[in-house]
Every structure is written in structure tokens, then in C-alpha cells.
Design a protein around this ligand. Structure first.
Ligand SMILES: [Zn+2]
Length: 116
């Protein structure tokens, strides 16, 4: 059955092995079809990905916004006791096991960790 490549995207395409379409049951002559009507629900040839989203298994997945900007992350690396081992306010040094610590409230000056 001489169907055209664009028949797959046509509203009139019959999706039937014995019938090309409702208007041209045996197909059309040549490489174009005057009755081609693009199906708006057909799969687009190229998937458009908006910023911050990506296709996964054919579905558009919105990725969560980063909570911190890169600048904020760099500041955190420079000041947060999780990375420096010191209180950013009074420079009190936390215990040696500071890498396993969850809370970073300073016992010296009362600085409170509000980022984690
Ligand atoms: Zn402190």
C-alpha cells in the first residue's frame, strides 16, 4: 500500500493494513498528498525541551528549582561550619567529629544554623 511518510501524522490516515486513508483508500500517486491534514495530537518529530525540564520515557519532567544560587552555594562553602569547622560568627571551632554533625548551633555565641 503506497502510503506517504507524512501519512503517519495525518488526521485522515486509517491506521489499517488494507486501507491507507479515508480519502485515498489505495494511496495517492506521487510524493505529496493534497488532502494531508496534520494531526495536532501526533508525536512531534523533535521534542521541545523547555529550560529546567527534560523528557524521560516520553514524558516531560519538570526539574525542581535549585534552592540556592551558585553564589549562595559558594558563600555557604566559605562560611558554613559544615565546610569550615568553625562558627561563622565567633570562630568557635566545633568538635573534631564536625563532619558527622547534623546541627550546627554554636555553643559559644548561640549562632543558629538556618540553612540545613
Ligand atoms: Zn559561635
Amino acid at each position: 500500500m503506497p502510503k506517504l511518510p507524512e501519512c503517519d501524522r495525518c488526521l485522515l490516515y486509517a491506521h489499517n493494513p488494507h486501507l491507507v486513508c479515508a480519502v485515498h483508500p489505495t494511496g495517492v500517486d506521487g510524493n505529496t498528498c493534497l488532502d494531508f491534514r496534520e494531526d495536532p495530537s501526533a508525536e512531534p518529530a523533535e521534542l521541545w525541551e523547555p529550560e529546567g525540564a527534560s523528557y524521560y520515557n516520553g514524558e516531560l519532567i519538570l526539574q525542581p528549582q535549585q534552592r540556592l544560587t551558585q553564589q549562595q552555594q559558594l558563600e555557604l562553602l566559605d562560611t558554613h561550619p559544615m565546610f569550615t569547622g568553625k562558627c561563622p560568627q565567633c570562630q568557635h571551632e566545633f568538635d573534631r567529629d564536625w563532619s558527622a554533625r547534623v546541627h550546627w548551633d554554636c555553643p559559644e555565641c548561640g549562632w543558629m544554623d538556618d540553612t540545613v
